[in-house]
Design a protein around this ligand. Sequence first.
Ligand SMILES: [Zn+2]
Ligand SMILES: [Zn+2]
Length: 115
Amino acid sequence: MTAHDLDLTYAQLDLGVREESEFRLTSVSSTVVVTGPCPRCQGTSRTEFPLGVVGSKGMPWKRDKPLTPEKRSAVVADEVLYCECGFGHPELPEGALFVGCGAYWRIKPASGSGT
Ligand SMILES: [Zn+2]
Ligand SMILES: [Zn+2]
């Protein structure tokens, strides 16, 4: 297990596309929650994607229906995740939107089905 690297200086780095299997996707009512280690600082990052906000692409989500894993994957695949390890890394800008090391990445759905 890799320890959270608290000495990393805040930097907005694009870490590219990560495998979905590196993270855990769950959902709470109509919010998709992604938890997993930040690929850069290894801190545990937790990001929530409320479907009301991400539904900008006109996907017909039914708010009262539980989300299937496929839907969670689809939601997250459309989003950029930022490190939200919750630790103020050195040089974290004041008022930063995400408290973490500044890294960001995307998640590729695990089952490469479709496209
Ligand atoms: Zn990080
Ligand atoms: Zn961190």
